[in-house]
Write a protein of this length. Structure first.
Length: 288
């Protein structure tokens, strides 16, 4: 669906999601929230995939869950890393037997990914994603030659939309903390749209957003979970878009069995145009 260019105070993405349709089903919400009698704390972690030059799509992927779930996952995931003699999980390296996985074989890889997927199946997480087709995005961007935004940065904005839609569904949750993998793209000056420094505390809370952080993936295990979601979702989208007939990859299929298919959007040309128009207006005002 498209979103009306309505007038609204605050940052531009607010206009895009105020009347948006929540992508989460009742079952999703029940598994995540349960029956909250007290204020619940949730955290979302995002990582990217497909940011290389030859990629068909750029995708932001991750998951939202209770803080207690992320703590439980972190402990068990750390144990798994130690048991397999690696310092961190990285999907691309594992898929290509690169880096710490250089001397592994298929049996090692299967045992490792099965253990990680079992850890995730024990906690109520909702996988998320936002994606754009790179040539479509680049074509639309030609309409805004003075606007410095990349497909990845756009996906970050769209991912925040999902977080806010989720936060709107329940009153008994604290503002949702969001963490992105730290990198030069994420730290671009453009990312003013949802930096806490550009929002009053009351405005930030009214949108359902808590802290917005950037962290090192090697040191932050929930970002390694986000890496898995992002990579597997990106691989599936690229396979379908290219007309492939390969079966769904094993990690994504197993993840979906317990945590559901990733909830998200491949943003089409019309919505990209509308969104960039609003963000461009905001950017021009904020930079004078």
């Amino acid at each position: 669906m498209t979103y009306p260019l309505t007038k609204s105070k605050g940052v531009p993405y607010v206009r895009g999601i105020v009347n948006g349709v929540c992508p989460f089903t009742r079952e999703d919400l029940l598994s995540l929230f349960g029956h909250c009698k007290f204020m619940a704390c949730f955290e979302t972690y995002f990582d990217e995939s497909g940011t290389h030059d030859t990629s068909l799509f750029t995708l932001l992927g991750g998951a939202v869950g209770r803080r207690s779930s992320w703590l439980a996952i972190t402990g068990q995931w750390s144990d798994a890393l130690r048991a397999f003699g690696v310092t961190h999980f990285h999907s691309t390296d594992l898929a290509n037997f690169y880096g710490e996985y250089e001397n592994w074989n298929e049996i090692n890889r299967q045992r490792f990914i099965n253990r990680l997927l079992k850890i995730l199946s024990n906690e109520p997480l909702i996988p998320l994603f936002a994606a754009v087709k790179n040539d479509t995005f680049d074509s639309v961007c030609q309409e805004f030659p003075d606007f410095p935004i990349t497909p990845y940065q756009f996906c970050c904005e769209w991912g925040m939309r999902s977080v806010m839609l989720l936060a709107k569904q329940k009153k008994r949750i604290a503002p949702v903390a969001v963490t992105f993998e730290s990198g030069q793209q994420a730290k671009s000056p453009y990312m003013i749209g949802f930096q806490p420094a550009h929002l009053s505390v009351s405005r930030q809370r009214s949108l359902g957003i808590g802290r917005v952080n950037f962290a090192d993936k090697i040191e932050t295990i929930p970002l390694q979970v986000a890496d898995l979601v992002a990579y597997e979702t990106w691989k599936e989208i690229c396979e379908v878009a290219s007309g492939g007939t390969r079966a769904v990859r094993y990690p994504l299929k197993k993840l979906a069995e317990k945590n559901g298919w990733p909830k998200g959007d491949i943003v089409d040309e019309t919505r990209i145009q509308e969104y960039l128009f609003l963000m461009h207006q905001f950017f021009c005002r904020s930079t004078g």
